[in-house]
Design a protein around this ligand. Sequence first.
Ligand code: ADP
Ligand code: ASP
Ligand code: MG
Length: 385
Amino acid sequence: MKVLKFGGTSVGSVESILSLKKIVEGENDDVIVVVSALGGITDKLIATSKLALGGDESYKAEFEFMQKRHYEMVDAIIDDEEKKSGLLHTIDRLFEELKSIYYGVYLIHDLSPKIQAAIVSYGERLSSHIVATLVNGAKRYNSLDFIKTIKKHGKNVLDSEVTANAVKETFRNRTQKSVVPGFISTDRNTGEITNLGRGGSDYTASIIAAALDAEVLEIWTDVDGFMTADPKVIHTAYTINELSYVEAMELCNFGAKVVYPPTIYPVCVKNIPIKVKNTFNPDSAGTTILSHVENDSKPIKGISSIKGTTLITVAGLSMVGVIGVNRRIFTALAENGISVFMVSQASSENSTSIGVRDVDAEEAVAVLNNEFSKEIRTGAMFPMH
Ligand code: ADP
Ligand code: ASP
Ligand code: MG
C-alpha cells in the first residue's frame, strides 16, 4: 500500500488536478491519497477571517472569490452530471456553514483560535470532496475522525498513540482508493477542530503511512524533488537523487519547505521511504529519502535558510565556570513550551545564545528574565531584551 500526498499547487489548477487523477488512477496498488486545500486557499481563508474580524465588508467579496474558484474547478473537471450534482450539494453545504461562521466573526468581532481553526479546516474539507469525486472509484475518509491532537503548553500537538489506533481502525476494511483531507484534526478530549500546523498535510500523510506500514510515502509537489536549495531563490539548484532521513530532517528543520519537518519522524521509525515527486512532471525520478544512502560522495547535500527567527543571548560575567546555567535556561524554556532550534556557547563561557522562532521570542525573553531575576538584580547577569 502506498500513501500519496498532493500539495496545494497539485490541486490548485485544472491541469494539475487532472494530472493527479491520472497518477492515482494509474496506480495498480491500493493507495491512500492525502490532499491539501486548493493552492492559496488557506491563506485566503485566514485573510478573509481577519477582514471580517475588523468589520470590513470586503470580506464578503473575498468569500465569494473562494466560492467561485471551487465552483469553476468542479465545472471544469467533473463531467458526470450525477456525480457533479452530488458534489455541488456538499460544496454548497460547506460554503453555507463557512458563510455563517464569517458572519458571526463580522458581527461579534471575535476570532478565537478555535474559530480560526474551524475556518481554515474548510480548505481541505472542500478539496478532499472534489478529489474523491474526481478519482474513479475513490472513497473519502474524514481525518477529523481519526487525526487526534491534545493541548500542551497552549499548543495543539498530535496524540500519536490514539491517532495510530484510530487510523488502523478506520482503514481496516478499505477496499478501494481512499482520499483524505490533510492538515486537519480534532482535539482528543473536546472534539474541537484543530490542525497540524501550516504545511501539515505532509504530516497527515506520514502519520497514516506509518500507522498502516505503507510501502512508500510519496510527496507530490511542484518541483522535481528535494533540491540543493530552494529553486525560487537559487535558480541553479538541482534535484538530489537520494537523501538520508537525517539529512532531510536537517534541511527541512532549517527551512527547506518542500517537506514539513515533523513528517520525517513517523516514517523514519518504520523505515518507510519518502519519495518527493513533481505532479507537473511525473516522469522525472524525484528524490528518495531513506535510512542509508549508497555511494555517498558529497559531504554537502544542500543549503537552506530560515526566516522569522530571533537570537537571544544569556550573558553575564558570573556565568564563567558556573555549573547549571544552561540547565536552567533549557528547563525554564521547556516548561513554557518554547522550542530552541539552535544553541551556541562562547568558549569563554560567559554567554549562551539560543535561536527561537519570532513568535516565541517575547515570551522566551520574559521567561529567561524571570528565571535569572535574582542574578540580574545583583548585576551578576545582564538582562535580556
Ligand atoms: P506543496 O503545496 O506541494 O506542499 P510547498 O510550497 O509546501 O508545496 O513546497 C514546495 C516548495 O518548496 C517549492 O516550490 C520550493 O519553492 C520550496 N523549497 C524550499 N526549499 C526547497 C528544496 N530544498 N527543494 C525543493 N523545494 C524547495
Ligand atoms: N493547506 C495547509 C496550508 O496551506 C496545509 C498544507 O497545505 O499542507 O498550510
Ligand atoms: Mg507543503
